[in-house]
Design a protein around this ligand. Structure first.
Ligand code: NAD
Length: 477
């Protein structure tokens, strides 16, 4: 354990905020103080620097990989490409991954990586060099591998970067059968899995739909039950924000506001997310989108009238400074750490509800887990049983039609007969995970005396599960 590393981090930053949430939740458990300290601490923090060629010269890149908890192997977490990345942030994000995996019953410890660059300032070739060198540095220290530590995309990285990592790892480990399981979020052609790209946003949308489906909770917030017609503002139009907005629209919600770093747009009658996305692609900005009110200061966009606010960009967006101007009744945290502990307390005092990051955005790691399983089993989900299921279903339909004399039309027949595709199985597993986990957290919230927030309830559940792992390992009595 590396308590000295943790002690070196000031208490008032992102990791400090995560620890504050943890300490508060721990008061609702009965675990030994030493065990709680072990669960909370980052087990391994690897900071490194490496040079790359840039233009006619060289540049030295700062990078990190933090494995927060080894109570399960492998550890798992994305790699952030951002010029704001620092050690405290990577530690906080790694810790959140541990709790997130426990909440959704994914058998991984938490980890996170960071590369301090603004990807927009580098050519594709330079980004590839950086990513491959980063991977080599992890390999040198045994910080990556299908049974050790498995990276994934995060802010600023995606399928392209994951394929460079997979290729570098496989090249450096010739003959390792499970090499592709060393990283998830890969393109499907490189043994990725259907549905991973949109999984986090889909999970956020399911989490919101589940939350607003509980009538008695909505009554307390002064909202009607059900997702239909709920007005939503989304911050960040990247992977998580775009897909959250897309699936919320599909579920019947109305996206009324979108905030990006260049500004925000708002239309109480609803925005067409796909059209805004295309407008931004064509013009480089969401501003100028026809028919919307504009805010040059993007943060003003968060404060407009709506039922639900989905911060899906970065941490520390909702603070004590702006919380009283937020008009939403529900904040659903697509991003990691968007709300500070102080802001959360005020929001709840004012009658609001927060669906916490460690649950709300867990769809990504859930489907990453499915991808890892696919890589270890070397077979796509559905491949063995799809045709068998279709034949069985066909026999059943034929038999029922024969007995009843009722003939189904071709659409009805094919919807009953069809065996599940990989995407359908992935989406089913994701939906089941998000729905079950929400009710597990809510049960703790309702049934634990004195508990104040859904986040505390989520932490309590995670702490209890991780404590059991340590007890099962024989590390703690
Ligand atoms: P991304 O890079 O795809 O998108 C982030 C978007 O936020 C970009 O469009 C960026 O321009 C925008 N943005 C940046 N600063 C902003 C600001 N101040 N105001 C408004 N918009 C701003 O990143 P992502 O993968 O969507 O990740 C977003 C958040 O979700 C991060 O906190 C990340 O840790 C978290 N998350 C991501 C995943 C995943 O699978 N990608 C999984 C879990 C959690």
């Amino acid at each position: 354990m590396t308590t000295n590393i943790n002690a070196a981090v000031p208490d008032n930053h992102f990791f400090g905020d995560v620890c504050k949430f943890f300490d508060h939740a721990a008061t609702f458990t009965k675990h030994d103080a030493g065990l709680l300290d072990q669960i909370k601490s980052c087990n391994s923090v690897y900071r490194f620097r490496f040079p790359i060629r840039k233009g006619n010269g060289f540049e030295v890149i700062d990078a990190w990989r933090v494995e927060h908890s080894h109570h399960q192997s492998p550890t798992k977490g994305g790699i952030r490409y951002s010029e704001m990345v620092n050690e405290d942030e990577v530690m906080a994000l790694a810790a959140l991954m541990t709790y997130k995996c426990a909440i959704v019953n994914v058998p991984f410890g938490g980890a996170k990586g960071g590369i301090r660059i603004n990807p927009k300032n580098y050519t594709v070739g330079e980004l590839e060099n950086i990513t491959r060198r980063y991977t080599v540095e992890l390999i040198k220290k045994n910080f990556i591998g299908p049974s050790i530590d498995v990276p994934a995309p995060d802010y600023g990285s995606g399928e392209r970067e994951m394929s460079w990592i997979a290729d570098t790892y496989a090249t450096m480990n010739p003959g390792q059968l499970d090499a592709m399981g060393a990283v998830t979020g890969k393109p499907i052609a490189l043994q990725g899995i259907a549905g991973r790209r949109e999984a986090t946003g889909r999970g956020v949308a399911i989490a919101i739909r589940e939350c607003v489906s509980v009538g008695e909770d909505m009554l307390k917030l002064g909202l009607t039950a059900g997702i239909s017609g709920k007005k939503v503002i989304v911050q960040g139009l990247g992977n998580v924000g775009y897909h959250s907005a897309k699936f919320l629209t599909e579920f019947g919600a109305l996206i009324v506001g979108l905030c990006e770093f260049e500004g925000a747009i708002y239309n109480a009658d609803g925005l067409d997310i796909e059209a805004v996305f295309q407008h931004r692609k064509a013009t480089g900005s969401i501003l100028g989108y026809p028919g919307a009110i504009e805010f040059k200061n993007s943060m003003e966009g968060l404060e407009q009238p709506c039922d639900i606010l989905v911060p899906a960009a970065l941490e520390n967006q909702i603070t004590i400074e702006n919380i009283t101007r937020i008009q939403a009744k529900i904040i659903a945290e697509g991003a990691n750490g968007p709300t500070t502990p102080e802001a959360e307390a005020v929001f709840y005092q004012n009658g609001g509800l927060i669906i916490p990051d460690m649950y709300a955005n867990a769809g990504g790691v859930t489907v990453s887990y499915f991808e890892w399983l696919k890589n270890l089993s070397h077979v796509a989900f559905g491949r063995m049983n799809r045709r068998f299921e279709e034949n069985s279903n066909l026999n059943l339909v034929n038999m029922v039609e024969g007995i009843t004399g009722v003939a189904l039309n071709s659409a009805q027949r094919s919807s009953i007969i069809k065996g599940a595709s990989e995407l359908e199985l992935v989406n089913s597993g994701l939906e089941d995970t998000m729905i079950r986990s929400y009710h597990e957290i809510r049960e703790t919230f309702i049934n634990t005396q004195g508990i104040d927030t859904l986040r505390t309830a989520a932490f309590v559940g995670a702490i209890n599960k991780i404590a059991v792992s340590y007890q099962n390992l024989g590390v703690w009595p």
